[in-house]
Design a protein around this ligand. Structure first.
Ligand SMILES: Cc1cc2nc3c(=O)[nH]c(=O)nc-3n(C[C@H](O)[C@H](O)[C@H](O)COP(=O)(O)O)c2cc1C
Length: 165
């Protein structure tokens, strides 16, 4: 049974996961999970907002472009192997949900799905997006992270629901 919670209740745990094995960005129908480690969570336009960064080469990118929303799911510690697989294999080649034996359910407030095995999930509606702009990006970051010039698209997801079990 999942309970709706406030951002303050799950923020630290989520940030710690981002900095560890990652969390799952889930988009598309059928849904495809992709591990992410880069995100910001904060408050803009009087809304709680979660930014996720997706390189255009990812299979996930096309779903982020065609759908209006996404979910972000925090998995328990024991899912390290699955997080690694979802961060190293593409949904173009395999059905990651099947291979990892993960299950999905419909979100309450958006069209996307969330991972049933997650302990926390965020439901987000895309309210803005833009590619990182190399003209204003620190050259040291460009050198280290974008040698191929495949700049991330930054999606701004209004957090319309946070749930935990
Ligand atoms: C820990 C970890 C964090 C990652 N974070 C991101 C991220 O924030 N943005 C991104 O575009 N790719 C990130 N990746 C890479 C994607 O998860 C990976 O390329 C994945 O296979 C893409 O899946 P897809 O092609 O099914 O979308 C990360 C990978 C790992 C292992």
């Amino acid at each position: 049974m999942r309970t709706k919670v406030a951002l303050s209740e799950v923020l630290l745990e989520t940030l710690n996961r981002l900095d560890g094995d990652g969390i799952l960005l889930v988009a598309g129908d059928p849904p495809n999970p992709m591990t992410i480690g880069w995100s910001t969570i904060g408050h803009i336009w009087n809304k709680d907002v979660m930014n996720v960064l997706v390189r255009p080469v990812r299979y996930t990118f096309q779903f982020m472009e065609s759908e209006e929303d996404f979910s972000v799911c925090v998995l328990p510690d024991r899912y390290r192997k699955e997080l690694n697989l979802c961060g190293t294999r593409s949904g173009r080649d395999i059905n990651k949900l099947e291979v990892c034996n993960l299950h999905v359910e419909k979100c309450s407030n958006v069209n996307s799905f969330f991972i049933s095995e997650s302990t926390i999930h965020f439901e987000c509606r895309i309210v803005h997006k833009h590619f990182l702009d190399p003209a204003t990006l620190d050259p040291a970051i460009i050198k280290r992270y974008y040698p191929q010039k495949d700049y991330h698209m930054v999606y701004y997801g209004e957090i319309v629901g946070i749930f935990r079990n």
